[in-house]
Design a protein around this ligand. Structure first.
Ligand code: IPE
Ligand code: IPE
Ligand code: MG
Length: 236
């Protein structure tokens, strides 16, 4: 990884990635869309190890959206099985590298029980790790998260404020997103972390997700460092 353009003292603590373009990557090669998802596994692992090397504390990846149920049943079924199998095959190695794995999203009836069980076991296995928190957004939608948070706050008898909503997000410990990256050339948010990314720097890259590697992450960090964040104020 070429880090010459990166200031290692100013690395964004929380990076979020929309892992997009698997289908187009496969189509370009005359493969089935699902083979694009399979090829995305290497990209995910490489990005996670890149995040560790860069000193990123939180990496949050979009694996399945609340809108992805609209896809053909065969692709949805594949994605459920594939995500389960990644957890089972990769969690030990991620655990050894000090990665804490968490999930955000709705645990509704459409998510297979066995996948939920593997998610729980993965969280349990890795919960003491502190180097990097890898959060997998699964059956996740930003609007659904806000609806769930507001309902939970009301149920707890709390007044609706920014602080009470934040307390009831899927992971209240998750910090705001600093750098928000989407691959595949699409310039849209697609319901990803709409609360947490309110002041994130957005970076859109042409790379299809299966071709994404730690260098692409480092390049996005370098781009982030060229930006000037203002949070509504003025440059000091
Ligand atoms: C992202 O790749 C993975 C998921 C949404 C699960 P896509 O499957 O959206 O790939 P494209 O956008 O069709 O190329
Ligand atoms: C967002 O990508 C969801 C994931 C990457 C999991 P999509 O491919 O589903 O988003 P749209 O449909 O292009 O907006
Ligand atoms: Mg897509």
């Amino acid at each position: 990884m070429d880090l010459s353009a990166v200031d290692l003292d100013n690395v964004p603590p929380h990076i979020a990635c929309v892992m997009d373009g698997n289908g187009r990557w496969a189509q370009q090669r005359g493969l089935k869309r699902t083979e694009g998802h399979s090829a995305g596994e290497e990209a995910l692992l490489d990005a996670a190890y890149g995040a560790l090397d860069l000193g990123v504390e939180w990496l949050t990846v979009y694996a399945f959206s609340t809108e992805n149920w609209r896809r053909p049943a065969e692709e949805v079924r594949f994605l459920m099985g594939f995500n389960e199998s990644i957890l089972v095959r990769r969690r030990d190695e991620l655990n050894e590298h000090g990665v804490r794995i968490r999930f955000i999203g709705r645990r509704d009836w459409r998510v297979p029980k066995r996948l939920l069980r593997q998610m729980d076991e993965t969280v349990e296995l890795t919960k003491h790790n502190r180097k990097l928190t890898l959060t997998i957004a699964f059956n996740y939608g930003g609007r659904a998260e806000l609806v769930d948070a507001v309902n939970a706050a009301i149920e707890a008898g709390e007044k609706i404020t920014e602080a009470s909503i934040e307390r009831h997000l899927y992971d209240p410990e998750m910090p705001e997103v600093d750098l928000w990256v989407r691959t595949s050339g699409e310039s849209r948010i697609s319901n990803y972390l709409i609360w947490q990314a309110a002041y994130a720097e957005l970076v859109f890259t042409e790379t299809y997700w299966p071709d994404f590697r730690r260098q692409n992450l480092a390049d996005a960090v370098a781009e982030f460092q060229r930006r000037e964040r203002r949070f509504g104020g003025l440059k000091s």
